[in-house]
Design a protein around this ligand. Sequence first.
Ligand code: GAR
Length: 215
Amino acid sequence: MATKRIVVLISGSGSNLQALIDATASGRIDGRIVAVISNRPGVLGLERAQKAGIRAELLDHKAFDSREAFDSALQALIDSHEPDLVVLAGFMRILTTEFVSHYLGRMFNIHPSLLPRYKGLNTHQRALEAGDTEHGCTVHFVTPELDGGPLVVQAVVPVATDDDASRLQQRVHECEHRIYPLAVEWFCADRLQLLQEGVTLDGALLPPTGYRLDA
Ligand code: GAR
């Protein structure tokens, strides 16, 4: 089994990227991050990549006239690195169907909610307003439906009665740093597959919630 080539896409601070850098450096993930690409200039995630000796590239979406033009340039840039896996780590862009279809079964996203609850933005505030007692985060395969692809792994975070959105976000973020390396580790060990009927881990179909880590 060859060491997998991973391209990570970011738009911001890149704390999930850092968790993946650490898990590849320690040898836990049999993979190599061959490039980090940001659509925003000057973000901390690019610095994290440089510090780790990883190629850091900027492709500013503002330089493109349309979503299609940006996605097509992004696809060409990603493919120049010949990745086995593309990891969206806080990459805050809506992607075209063509782009997503090209990476079907080999592109992950992480989202700060227990999908299918709270797709989109402001997930922590929405969970609090709904009076949820459980919140969390999800890694899923990316399909054309926004935040809608088959789930790989979820971590559950209990909501305290006196929680506010920022405290909750902090605890969810810590869980993200546990489940993203786990999902990437499984993928790189050829243990995960996206099939017509769902996601399999070691050949067994996962439930629709994915593998669930309770707090
Ligand atoms: C993470 O909380 C991630 O779940 C979220 O952006 C943050 C990026 O943090 N992604 C989304 O909301 C995608 N829909 P990071 O840059 O520190 O990894």
